[in-house]
Design a protein. Structure first.
Length: 230
């Protein structure tokens, strides 16, 4: 018997069916799933199978289960941070494989961050500008860990300022996937001063709502990083 002909366990099949109802929109965020006894009758499986399927969906952040008189299993509202965590796992697995490297990451950053800067210039509000400004660091005194965290926070804040949650969702894993210490070791003198200067220039463009200058500044920022890290 080949592996492809082995039938998945019953709880997996039920979870797949419910997941399809959720991802297709047949079950909407906040909507209550049928009670366990009803699912048992409807699907012809045992109560323990139903519970195992619900546990699997809960672990994937697709449903939330509550106790009490008004309790039950409800379709979860999409959470960008939780969804990004799942994407991060995939990114890290790929980047630790032989086929994906730093050049691929930088190419994806360019495809996302350059247009995102332009959109952020047109759409940002004052709170988002404050969040971006709060992600600055001081290259003269801050340690490497602080600067790496600030660099990630800056670009995630710019993505958020596009007002398109999909940008924020996809950009976030780029800064949580790991590429090994060789990427951050042996950086040239002045590297972090240039990163800081680039970030400040991008913010200036956002302040002026100058989308063309913002996209140009974001592209130049990535040109510099690519030149240094290649």
């Amino acid at each position: 018997m080949t592996g492809s002909s082995v039938r998945p366990p019953a709880y997996q099949l039920l979870a797949d069916e419910l997941r399809a109802d959720i991802t297709s929109g047949r079950l909407q965020p906040g909507e209550r799933l049928p009670p366990e006894p009803e699912l048992c009758v409807k699907t012809g499986v045992s109560r323990s199978t139903v519970r195992e399927a619900l546990r699997l969906l809960a672990s994937q952040h697709l449903i939330v289960t509550t106790r009490g008189v008004t309790g039950g299993s409800f379709v979860a509202h999409p959470d960008a941070e939780q969804l990004a965590d799942a994407l991060t796992t995939g990114f890290t697995l790929l980047t630790n494989s032989a086929g994906v490297g730093l050049a691929d990451l930088l190419e994806l950053r360019r495809a996302l961050e350059v247009p995102a800067a332009g959109l952020a210039a047109l759409r940002r509000d004052d709170d988002q500008l404050a969040e971006i400004r709060g992600a600055f660091f001081d290259p003269a005194v801050d340690d490497l860990e602080t600067m790496l965290a600030a660099h990630a926070a800056f670009h995630m804040a710019v993505a958020k300022a596009t007002m398109n949650p999909l940008f924020e969702l996809v950009v976030r894993p780029l800064y949580h996937a790991t590429f090994g210490e060789d990427v951050t070791e042996n950086l040239p003198a002045g590297y972090w001063r240039q990163i800081d200067a680039d970030h400040r220039l991008i913010l200036d463009c956002l302040l002026m709502r100058d989308a063309e200058s913002a996209t140009r500044a974001a592209a130049q920022h990535l040109d510099y990083i690519t030149t240094v890290l290649h």
